[in-house]
Ligand binder design. Sequence first.
Ligand code: SIN
Ligand code: FE
Length: 305
Amino acid sequence: MPVDSRLEVVPFVEVGDFGPGFTAERARQCCADLERGGILFFSGIPYELPQADVNFLLSYAARDSRFHKNVSYRPASDVLRGFAGDAESRRRTHDVMRRYSRQVTGFVARLLAPYAAHWSLDYASYRPLEEAARSLSVHKRNDLLHVDAFPTRPTRGGRILRVFTNLHPANPRVWEAGLPFPALAGQYAAAAELARFAAENSAPWRRVARALGLPLRERSRYDSFMLHFHDWMKENPELQRTLPRRHLEFPPSSTWLVFTDGLPHAVMSGQFALEQTFIVPVRAMVEPELAPITVLERLSGAKLA
Ligand code: SIN
Ligand code: FE
């Protein structure tokens, strides 16, 4: 198979100047870099994040052992989840997460302007745990290479875009990442039984519910395969050992963006990160032929959503 020159390397793109001179053409190029499996990197925090908010997140996590989980924030409903502290700390955390989510969303809307009218804003999270010290079941482990898929939020082909900021005052957040989706799927989708998922019919009760016009958040064949592929990758020692990857260290206060459904990644260590997720439909892509759903439909010869 001829190598697609757009996929030869995993681009690690330092965006650099993001001032008033940031043009529509550069925004489009940033989208294209991400869609090829690239990581967009900023050495600082390119949106407003008050130092008092950072200090609060760091200090509260350090002094309260009940703060033992990742916290999530749902911008659409303005709901905070996973927080177990007292009422005042909860109110403050909620405020900080609401402000963070708004600011980072405004920043991404400018950086990736072609997506902004199309995306749906997903959850934000604060990740106060040391990743190197967690003990989790295989499917939950994030130190094994995987592509992201959400069990409770099917995207029906929509892409998972994530922006991270490392808040740790001294330590980097350490990732391994590599091999963009077209190459990954070319090598492994058949072994992961893509054909079986492509041939799946929706369950009879779902067909009845659809016929009755009941609202369904239906998982498409695409979602079923991607959920399976996420687990399958983590369970596969040969893939874990041999998949080409780069070792990446994101320094304190740096910010990076990546389509985590399209680039295998693992977090090896790091603590205190903020993250916001966006679901971006394939119709907003600059290079839709590189989207995982397009790649999987080409490989399987079937419609998957
Ligand atoms: C992941 O999506 O696998 C986790 C990434 C991180 O928390 O750095
Ligand atoms: Fe992940």
